[in-house]
Design a protein around this ligand. Structure first.
Ligand code: DQA
Length: 159
């Protein structure tokens, strides 16, 4: 089981960027915490960050046949990118959208996500802990899918 974590533009600046909103934690420290949880849960995790919309779309497409779950913080593309939304819809891999800040408590232009309707769920506003909540939720989704697949297999007629 593999989960791919995709980080959008400017998230490589965490720790330096608008600390009053995003806090002091660096992206690599968030990833270390996620990796620890993944290890405990026996899942593989891969991390990817890009400031470019096309590279994020390529990464989502590469998840086909490689990853069973996607956790994505599309950052500013949340509010603008039909192309990222279409890529998530196309691959049909369970996806969770994450935000560090509560996008619904901020400027009006941040209060709309084009991505959320094609995701299993959205986690927004818990600081860096949002990522941990997303990992816990994704591990749960994957174990439910696995249990369903096993139950279906048992119902198949034996040849
Ligand atoms: C963000 C919220 C977005 O509106 C913003 O553009 C970001 C970060 C968040 O994690 O809170 O870059 O996705």
């Amino acid at each position: 089981m593999k989960i791919t974590v995709i980080q959008g533009p400017n998230l490589n600046m965490l720790g330096l960027r608008e600390q009053n909103i995003y806090g002091p934690m660096k992206l690599e420290d968030i990833h270390t915490q996620m990796e620890n949880y993944a290890k405990q849960s026996n899942v593989e995790v891969e991390f990817f960050q890009s400031n470019l919309e096309g590279e994020i779309i390529d990464k989502i497409q590469e998840c086909l046949g490689e990853s069973q779950g996607i956790i994505i913080n599309p950052a500013a593309y949340t509010h603008t990118s039909i192309a990222i939304r279409d890529a998530i819809k196309a691959v049909q891999i369970p996806t969770i959208e994450v935000h560090i800040s509560n996008i619904y408590a901020r400027e009006e232009f941040r209060q709309k996500s084009l991505i959320a309707p094609v995701c299993a769920g959205q986690i927004s506003g818990f600081g860096p802990f949002s990522y941990h909540l997303a990992m816990v939720s994704m591990v749960q989704i994957l174990s439910e899918i696995k249990a369903m697949q096993e139950a279906q297999k048992q119902q198949e007629p034996k040849q």
